[in-house]
Design a protein. Structure first.
Length: 1100
């Protein structure tokens, strides 16, 4: 993965050479440490700079630490003169600090002493600040002077329309470009080489063609143009681009294509190519091969930042994914996307573009792609190209995946974890019904109003499991207010915070607080810092160097969107001590978790492209035991759920289509544990009387009930239509009833990478073209799979308040309306299928097994379509304990007339009943137990935990394990240092390739804690979740083979209780984990409160 820290945190060091400017004639040449010593830069303090009009010096320094000049008078001009040090072709560029109040039509033009001229070129100064913006090219002789003039823009300031827009005169430059694209041509020499076996792949060369054959897939490269494409099973699935497979340039204005390539070397690690581009630049390209992926690294010669793009042919339709970029469209199909400068919270999508992913899957082709990077990305999937790109010194995160959908998503998960983008194991709490104070009360939030509102929800029968206090819980000083980083400083609106926290604990509700990693800057830096509202924490972090810093070692400041006012500092996510400090101080709130909601305009903050700005912070909080709702992230979800951007009635009917498309785009991007925001969105003051809003709330509630997570704000019982109140309550109670099933799917999504919690139908049925366009504003057939046995099809979208029926497409197989018991055989479309308010829009099919809450226990439902051999995995409330329900009877279609029996793992019979409406076999279950449904006359000797006809490795053994006392463990089986790690809340044991695919039973000591069976992956790695019940201190993990023998064991230490504090192995505590231990003195009561609340929720 390309690390963008130097590019992003060092300002413009690589491109601009900020401070050490040497005088050179009329301007200054960049120092020898800059990108190119022949580049000439001029600022407003350089000789030859002139102005016409009313120009003023700006407050804040910009390029080179110099305060730029600005004008608000359209037509004012400022000019620079730059002398060419040598004859060359130069690129003209301008540098400025972006702001929403800048002009969008700033004009640049130029003349040369040689008689040439150019422009005008219009530049939008609200975008792409803090970097060089190309204006054009010019040929100059040595000593020739170019005069570059900026003309002030028309328009008004966004934040104050009574003022004119700002035009900034900052810095300009001429940078030698070298040869132009197309000036170098080369034809690769033919090569004939017999196939060579390199283990994971076979390499063959014929003429100018290179073939890398990995078995399940093959890559063919035409060395003329490095044109590459892919095959599966001998058929082309991703054709080569017609002209070139690689593009390279110093910036995006002039990208040169590859013209020729040669194989430089090949070994077990992959193939290295030497690639020549049409301007004479070169690069090394490495292609690694596994059975499921092609892994590519492009390294341009010279080590300077470059724009690097890799492309296949266009026309690969349909495609799905792309995170938020794919979610703000009229169709889940992302074909047609083209964004060649994409990054988190860019100005066109400041709050919308916060989950950044360029992963895209092409289901009908069994193909997917991603390019991991934290900076400026390029994405294009249309008729011209299928392209991914980055800006940096190399492109080392490019991967192509092959296989069925389960294989592709598993490979993608493995690749993103290897690249450092780690998901957190989801907690069950967030998959229940929640509450958000913002939706209920707007900004009128305080201790009394929130506790009363939540009390009312509970009294009305809403099963609230978590509640967000989003804002306003901090101190106020006059009109100024603190922030989420006023750690533990509850304000006057919450006069008794201990009682407030106890209220939620007494009601078994997780207390969630709003969270941003921003701190008010000192007044001298443009912020509103005041110890009375912000505490001593800002100064502590400044003194320790915990904020993001510029080249000069000073903390960077940023503007925000709406809150907090003034400029802010941001925690440095790459500073392990800073992250540990932040986590420890967040404990002072004594909350159960956080709703992360970082917001700023990255473009206006000098194009601060840092896509994973919040990943590490959210991950650290999750590892510390906090329940995390994530909004900002790159590729992964370091929390339980991923929130889409705000939904709201006032955002218009079309936003209801976006809600579904956005959510399922997250699923297609490999993150199915999404949260579709608050039912009803912001407070609706006239909900009691507005019929349309009442219908909207009821439809939104049912849509959310079919989603992985849901919450309420607006109080439904105020609605005048009691039938809609009932429909809304029914949605909430159905979601709570089927929480065990939903959470099982959520754990499956986390563990496998496959989006089980909400599977878009094109991914579940990649060969069924009828599914490709259903999720779109045009079709409005919003359907997906929820787990392995439900298809849900809520009536939602722009017509949600007027429509009463919807076409429902049912793919191949048997399906049953979960409420009526009516059955259907797919593929078929149910035309205008009725969906009155309150109808549960779910169809049971596929595996045909559900689990749900029944009274105080959990019950299984096995429906008639459940086929012999189906095995459903149950997951306990702790997310770790697993059991199973296996079908061993040929048919359940006539269960009433046959002698069907359910047995548990001991062979004992379990009492079962049959539902009169659906014919489902229903019986109580215990988590961790294994059940079999079979004919009573089946061989009684068949052990319920095995399936003689199945692959013995496909299910966990049922061997009874008797743990060995740690004192008696065989020293020869002890894992060596480095073989046992703790990553987040999982113990990772590296057993070696010989263990691949084998099952191991995990037991933790001091007191024996049976954790369960876990299967080693293809590398022989076993991942074991740390149980929430495990106390702090030294422990031993022992792993037992399927025959009951000891396989391996190792020691580890929990520095604080899992779910409540740091966990680390004795030998491998690194990074922020090690740093966090140094701050453990701050944990105090916060740890104990969080632990008690989490334990209470686990026991209910």
């Amino acid at each position: 993965m390309t690390t963008s820290r130097m590019t992003l945190r060092r300002g413009t060091a690589a491109l601009a050479g900020t401070a050490l400017l040497a005088t050179l004639g009329l301007a200054s040449a960049e120092s020898a440490t800059a990108a190119d010593a022949a580049t000439v830069v001029a600022t407003t303090q350089s000789p030859g700079y002139t102005e016409v009009g009313a120009w003023t010096t700006a407050r804040d320094a910009s390029y080179g630490g110099i305060q730029p000049r600005y004008s608000r008078t359209a037509g004012d001009t400022a000019s620079w003169q730059l002398e060419a040090p040598a004859a060359s072709r130069y690129q003209l560029g301008t540098y400025f600090t972006a702001s929403v109040d800048n002009g969008t039509k700033t004009s640049y033009s130029w003349t040369t002493t040689g008689g040439d001229s150019g422009g005008p070129v219009l530049v939008d100064q609200t975008r792409n600040g803090g970097t060089w913006n190309a204006l054009g090219t010019v040929d100059l002789d040595a000593g020739e002077i170019v005069t570059l003039t900026v003309t002030a823009s028309t328009g008004v300031a966004v934040t104050n329309p009574s003022l004119n827009a700002i035009t900034r005169a900052d810095a300009v430059r001429i940078a030698p470009l070298g040869a132009a694209c197309g000036t170098v041509t080369a034809t690769p020499a033919p090569v004939e080489a017999a196939p060579a076996d390199h283990g994971a792949y076979t390499l063959a060369q014929t003429g100018t063609t290179v073939r890398i054959d990995a078995g399940p897939w093959a890559m063919t490269i035409d060395r003329a143009g490095f044109r590459y494409g892919f095959e599966r099973g001998g058929a082309s699935i991703a054709p080569a681009h017609p002209t070139t497979g690689l593009l390279l340039g110093s910036d995006a204005t002039e990208l040169c294509g590859a013209v020729s390539a040669d194989v430089a070397s090949a070994d077990a690690d992959g193939v290295d190519f030497s690639v020549l581009f049409s301007n004479g630049r070169t690069a090394t390209v490495h292609v690694g091969a596994t059975g499921t992926s092609a892994d590519i690294d492009v390294v341009p010669t010279g080590g300077t930042a470059s724009v690097i793009r890799a492309q296949l042919a266009g026309g690969m339709n349909p495609a799905y994914g792309l995170g938020d970029l794919g979610g703000w469209r009229s169709d889940l199909n992302v074909y047609g996307v083209k964004d060649l400068d994409y990054y988190a919270q860019q100005s066109d999508g400041t709050t919308e573009q916060r989950f950044v992913s360029n992963f895209a899957v092409f289901p009908d082709r069994g193909f997917a792609e991603v390019a991991f990077d934290n900076g400026h990305l390029a994405v294009q999937i249309d008729g011209s190209a299928t392209l991914l790109g980055v800006t940096g010194a190399r492109m080392d995160g490019l991967h192509y995946f092959f296989g069925d959908m389960e294989t592709i998503y598993a490979s993608y998960k493995q690749a993103r974890e290897a690249a450092g983008y780690r998901d957190a194991r989801p907690d069950q709490t967030f998959f229940g019904v929640g509450y958000e104070s913002y939706g209920a009360l707007g900004y009128n939030t305080n201790q009394a109003t929130i506790t009363q509102s939540v009390t009312d929800y509970l009294a009305k029968g809403f099963p609230i499991r978590w509640a967000v206090t989003g804002s306003g819980f901090w101190p106020y000083v006059g009109s100024a207010q603190g922030t989420t980083s006023s750690f533990g400083m509850w304000g006057e609106k919450y006069p008794d915070p201990d009682a407030y926290k106890q209220f939620f604990a007494d009601n078994d509700i997780a207390l969630i607080l709003g969270l941003r990693q921003s701190f008010p800057a000192l007044p001298a830096d443009g912020g509103t810092y005041d110890p009375a509202k912000d505490g001593p924490f800002v100064q502590e972090a400044l003194d320790a160097g915990y904020f993001l810093e510029g080249d000069d070692g000073r903390p960077l400041t940023f503007s925000t969107i709406s809150f907090p006012s003034g400029r802010v500092y941001l925690i440095d996510p790459d500073n392990a001590d800073a992250v540990a400090w932040f986590v420890e101080h967040e404990r002072l709130w004594e909350a159960d978790g956080f709703k992360e909601d970082h917001m700023f305009n990255a473009t206006a903050n000098n194009a601060f492209a840092r896509n994973d700005l919040v990943n590490g912070i959210d991950a650290a909080l999750a590892d510390d035991g906090a329940l995390m709702m994530v909004r900002n992230s790159a590729y992964s979800v370091p929390g339980s759920i991923l929130r889409i951007n705000d939904t709201d009635y006032n955002q218009g009917a079309g936003d209801r289509d976006r809600t579904v498309i956005n959510s399922l785009a997250f699923s297609a991007s490999g993150q199915a544990n999404y949260y579709p925001d608050i039912v009803g969105g912001r407070i609706m003051a006239d909900l009691a009387t507005n019929t349309d809003k009442q219908k909207y709330l009821a439809r939104n509630a049912m849509y959310a009930a079919m989603s992985p997570s849901m919450s309420f704000g607006n109080e439904p019982w105020v609605m005048s239509d009691s039938s809609l109140v009932d429909a809304t309550l029914k949605a909430a109670q159905w979601h709570e009833e089927y929480l065990p099933y939903i959470y099982s799917a959520a754990i499956s999504s986390y563990e496998t990478g496959y989006p089980s919690t909400a599977t878009p139908l094109p991914i579940a049925y990649p060969g069924d073209a009828a599914t490709y366009g259903l999720v779109s504003k045009a079709a409005r057939q919003y359907e997906w799979l929820m787990g392995p046995s439900l298809l849900v099809a809520p009536l939602y979208g722009s017509d949600a308040t007027t429509a009463t029926a919807r076409d429902v497409y049912l793919p191949a197989g048997q399906w049953m309306d979960i409420e009526t018991g009516e059955t259907f055989t797919g593929p078929t479309t149910l035309t205008a299928y009725p969906q009155p308010f309150g109808k549960i829009p779910a169809f049971v099919g596929r595996d045909g097994v559900l689990v749900h809450h029944a009274g105080s226990g959990v019950e299984a439902q096995v429906f008639p379509m459940a086929a012999e051999g189906v095995e459903y995995t149950t997951v306990g409330d702790d997310g770790v304990t697993k059991g199973s329900i296996r079908i061993e009877t040929a048919s359940l279609s006539d269960v009433v007339g046959r002698d069907i029996v359910v047995r548990d793992g001991s062979g004992a019979e379990v009492e079962a009943t049959v539902d009169a409406t659906t014919g489902a076999l229903e019986f109580p279950i215990a988590y961790g137990e294994h059940y079999v449904v079979e004919d009573r006359d089946a061989d009684p000797g068949t052990d319920p935990g095995t399936d003689p006809g199945a692959d013995p490795g496909s299910q966990a053994p049922d061997t009874h394990i008797e743990p060995i006392d740690p004192a008696d463990l065989d020293a020869a089986a002890e894992l060596e240092a480095g073989q046992l790690h703790l990553v987040g809340r999982e113990l990772v044991a590296e057993l070696g390739a010989s263990a691949a695919g084998e099952w191991f039973y995990a037991v933790a000591h001091s007191d024996p804690t049976r954790i369960g069976w876990f299967r080693a992956d293809a590398s022989g790695v076993v991942r074991v979740p740390v149980p929430s019940s495990l106390a702090a201190g030294a422990h031993t993990l022992s792993l037992y083979a399927a025959d009951g023998s000891l396989a391996a064991w190792g020691r580890f230490t929990l520095a604080a209780a899992p779910g409540d504090g740091l966990a680390s192995t004795g030998a491998a505590g690194v990074g922020w984990l090690a740093a966090l231990a140094a701050f453990s003195f701050l944990a105090g009561a916060g740890l104990l409160v969080r632990a008690r609340r989490r334990e209470a929720r686990m026991q209910r």
